[in-house]
Ligand binder design. Sequence first.
Ligand code: NDP
Length: 301
Amino acid sequence: MPGDTGADIIDGKAFAGALRARVADGVSRLRADHGLTPGLAVVLVGEDPASQVYVRNKGRQTREAGMASFEHRLAADTPETEVLALVRRLNADPAVNGILVQLPLPDQIRAPAVIDTIDPAKDADGFHVTNAGLLAIGQPAMVPCTPLGCLMLLKDRLGSLSGARALVLGRSNIVGKPMAQLLLAESATVTIAHSRTRDLADECRRADILVAAVGRARMVEGSWVKPGATVIDVGINRVDGADGKSRLVGDVDFDAAARVAGAITPVPGGVGPMTIACLLLNTLVATCRQHGLDPKEYAPV
Ligand code: NDP
């Protein structure tokens, strides 16, 4: 979609809608061929308002894709042992093919302990160390949803990423590092930048592909973007607008970057919708693998 500012605006919302439709088609064929209904269990501990919205949306979109949705809402003061016991029950439940524990968790619960307890085969978020390792060595893995969504948008836009210079800004385990692994697997030349990177603007300016996952509103300036580059903005930051109302912005100064880039994702409506679509995709892929079926037959992978 051409933007009025120069760059093409990458419509993640439309892409995610089409992806969800293809997942729903795969789910219905899987049921017709094998009598299987993929099931996704989501665990929410506490009452974090943003997490409640995410969990509600995940449940709705899971059901719309024809999958079974199991929601487990636990009180904010639930002890870690109880959460781990629930995860073990879900691991053993044949109706559950994917498990997601909504982060952040309350202080008394160690997120790494919970993630380590999830069966890697059911790890719909792809955060388990086994899946991180499989991704790193290029074996079939459950891939974290947000970077997977970014990769799909990039491949749709650019086709081959081979030889492209890619700069991933941010090195978290859930976005930056897996994003870099995925780009490397596509034979891009990958640089990972972070808070200690020197000459960050220069690093960014060299990149044909710039993925920003920092969590700092509009940090990436237009002058940091290489002319014609493809910019993927993962950031979700709430800022106060001039009208006093709060709104969401990305990690990239969109208006300035869109004058320079070849293509750019907006916030909202870019990467965000891809995350849940990829969660559904992961659940379908996990279901196929758990039953010895080739995911390619049913999932758009
Ligand atoms: P983290 O806070 O875990 O990681 C942020 C990364 O940015 C770190 O590696 C940090 O470096 C780096 N960083 C912070 N400040 C700077 C700076 N001034 N210069 C250079 N690098 C810096 O965040 P996440 O990866 O979890 O999330 C990143 C953003 O993406 C957030 O806005 C989040 O809301 C959003 N997000 C969006 C999703 C979606 O569905 N669209 C899903 C997940 C996240 P260092 O390691 O050195 O501290």
